[in-house]
Design a protein around this ligand. Structure first.
Ligand code: TMP
Length: 204
């Protein structure tokens, strides 16, 4: 039985919502107990976050709203992990490091480090982070048809966010997949990466 905390990351249009849903469905069909969750959450704090990027409260207030939503979400994530489930999360801390890391440029020194320092002592570290990598131009094309575009989907910002993700992905916790392929192909790779990384170590 797989258990652990897996996050899905990528710029808007990278396909992580579709892929995380397909991964959850396949792993459930294989008999695993899977809890699929998402950030921003569906709680009032998630609503506050969404309101913050519609109203533009500024990058600093927005950053702390994302962190507040995460802090509250962790109670639920921890409960499912304690229940020995596999927790899949569509966006988590690296979204804040990548997006608000770009938004805070010029406002604070070394934005990614600033955000990591503000949250690493209380935020749970994922066991595996799947980064769906896709060129910003293709991502922008994919999201063009969406009914409502938000400010984070601007091409110049997406490019900065993508560069931040590449920097974060140097950590060994990351598995980087080519998100430009079909969702089914990416899903198969994501499942084998999860199974490989979460396998219990062999007894010696
Ligand atoms: P979604 O499109 O995956 O629902 O996410 C909504 C937007 O919120 C997306 O443009 C990415 C952004 N976001 C951040 O900027 N920081 C965060 O910490 C999270 C979780 C999302």
């Amino acid at each position: 039985m797989l258990t652990g905390f897996v996050t899905f990351e990528g710029i808007d249009g990278s396909g992580k919502t579709t892929v995380s849903r397909l991964v959850a469905e396949s792993l459930r069909a294989k008999g695993h107990r899977v809890h699929l969750t998402i950030e921003p959450t569906k709680s009032w704090l998630g609503d506050a976050v969404r309101r913050a990027y519609d109203d533009d409260v500024g990058a600093i207030a927005e950053s702390f709203l994302f962190l507040a939503d995460r802090a509250a979400h962790l109670t639920d994530i921890r409960a499912h992990l304690q229940n020995r489930e596999l927790v899949l999360c569509d966006r988590y801390a690296d979204s804040t490091y990548a997006y608000q890391g770009a938004r805070l440029e010029g406002l604070v020194k070394d934005p990614i480090h600033f955000l990591q320092r503000a949250s690493e002592s209380w935020a749970l570290r994922p066991d595996v982070t799947i980064l769906l990598r896709i060129p910003a131009e293709l991502a922008r094309k994919r999201i063009e048809g969406r009914p409502r575009l938000i400010r984070f989907e601007d091409l110049a910002l997406l490019k900065k966010v993508a560069a931040n993700y590449d920097r974060l992905a140097r950590s060994r916790r990351f598995v980087v997949l080519d998100g430009a392929r079909s969702a089914e192909a990416v899903t198969l790779d994501a499942i084998s990466a999860i199974e490989r990384r979460l396998k219990p170590p062999r007894k010696r």
